[in-house]
Design a protein around this ligand. Structure first.
Ligand code: IMP
Ligand code: MG
Length: 190
């Protein structure tokens, strides 16, 4: 029993996430071992996954981050992608790996990948912690993915509900019918 159990049930426990990060790290190392990679984290959702994953990439890595807004505080995609904070690294001729928390409609990453292509990186690949394949609206080639999940609302390990729960150390699924009680609870902290 923990503080999250009133509203969320465990979908993916922490040990499974850690294990998949090790495996993905090995795959990523294999792909970029010749000339390294710029690991681009998509803030804020990437944070926990990013920090765990990069520990297992054993080739030269440069850190950079982008802040992209797509959802606001809602549970449905707005379809609008805006770069709030751009890269600091020049990606021309480099391998770029976009690292995100979840791909839902795919709009965010499809748009972002297109925006970055004009800077002529050598390669631009996508790594996601979670893939909600059933919700896809825009085509995105996912090169590395830790888990496929069904269409449900999840939080934790970087993912938020109204900016809360990103620090939850595993992936939790919102229990059916609990959203009104959750909103009531969070209203004290907003
Ligand atoms: P897309 O453009 O629809 O692929 O949106 C991806 C973004 O939507 C993610 O980076 C998340 O911020 C957000 N998102 C999608 N599904 C969920 C979810 O189940 N929980 C929390 N955030 C989500
Ligand atoms: Mg996000």
């Amino acid at each position: 029993m923990d503080i999250y159990d009133d509203f969320f049930e465990t979908l993916i426990p922490e040990d499974q996430i850690l294990q998949r990060c090790k495996e993905l790290g090995a795959e990523i190392t294999e792909k970029y071992k010749e000339d390294g990679v710029i690991a681009v984290g998509i803030l804020r959702g990437c944070t926990l996954f990013y920090t765990e994953l990069v520990k297992h990439i054993h080739c030269p890595v440069i850190f950079d981050f982008m802040f992209v807004s797509s959802y606001g505080n809602e549970m449905v995609s707005s379809g609008v992608v805006k770069i709030e904070r751009d890269l600091e690294t020049n990606i021309k001729g480099k391998n770029v790996l976009l690292i995100d928390d979840i791909i839902d409609t795919g709009r965010t990453l499809a748009n972002l990948q297109e925006m970055l292509q004009v800077r002529h990186p050598k390669t631009i690949d996508i790594c996601t912690m979670l893939d909600k394949k059933a919700k896809r609206e825009s085509f995105v080639q996912v090169d590395f993915s830790a888990f496929d999940i069904d269409d449900c609302f999840v939080v934790g390990y970087g993912l938020d509900y109204k900016q809360f729960y990103r620090n939850m150390p595993y992936i939790g699924k919102l229990i059916d019918g609990k959203q009104p009680a959750l909103d009531q609870f969070l209203s004290k902290f907003e």
